[in-house]
Design a protein around this ligand. Sequence first.
Ligand SMILES: [Zn+2]
Length: 95
Amino acid sequence: MQTIRKQMIGLLEKEEMSAREISQAVRIREKEVYEHLAHIGRTVNTKRKKLVITPSQCLECGYVFKDRKRYTRPGRCPHCKIERISNPTYRILSF
Ligand SMILES: [Zn+2]
């Protein structure tokens, strides 16, 4: 558990990744990636670091889900009701 989070933090400090890329890199299911991301988001922010999310975007109208608090990809666009939504990506920045 702890080592997976450490691995994820190590990866995200080096590059921006989507949940799918993380799941392949640390060999866990995508669903578990979101659970770990939620935990990392709470813990990492205390140490001069920040988990930054590049939000999902509607590929049809360009709407950006920037107020979304959850880490998962939204189901559909609130404007055009279409399910073509880009995957959010994650990155850990140090200050
Ligand atoms: Zn849209």
